[in-house]
Design a protein around this ligand. Structure first.
Ligand code: ZN
Ligand code: ZN
Length: 128
């Protein structure tokens, strides 16, 4: 493949945004890994995509954000679960448990399961 701008030069990469083949002089490396042409709209788009990827990785605890701590979404669902389970538990202690409390507990349990799913799923997201 030849450079989109210089037909005589070989392309060394492809713009992440417009998919044009580019030579050394036409290519730009964004955040050390993404390739973009020198078009401003392409550069802006590539930077934005980069940010989305980073934020997603952070929220789900993927890649360099992977740690022994559960990812942010797991904590969020766990808090929701506790929020739904705690008030009915107090009602239960006070012998005031009703159908609304039962429903609340059911929701809480679902949230706890979702939290557990996110907390333990990250092992399977290892990219080779
Ligand atoms: Zn481009
Ligand atoms: Zn070129």
């Amino acid at each position: 493949m030849h450079c989109f701008n210089h037909k005589s030069k070989n392309a060394v990469g492809v713009c992440k945004n417009c998919q044009k083949g580019l030579c050394h002089d036409c290519i730009e490396v964004i955040k050390d890994i993404y390739l973009s042409c020198k078009e401003d709209s392409c550069k802006a788009n590539t930077v934005e995509e980069c940010q989305i990827t980073e934020r997603t990785k952070k929220a789900y605890g993927i890649g360099k954000y992977e740690s022994n701590k559960p990812p942010f979404v797991a904590i969020l669902y766990a808090i929701l679960g506790v929020y739904f389970i705690l008030p009915p538990s107090i009602d239960l202690i006070n012998s005031d448990f009703n159908i609304g409390d039962a429903l609340s507990v059911a929701f809480g349990v679902v949230f706890i399961f979702v939290a557990a799913h996110f907390a333990f799923r990250k092992e399977k997201l290892h990219c080779p």
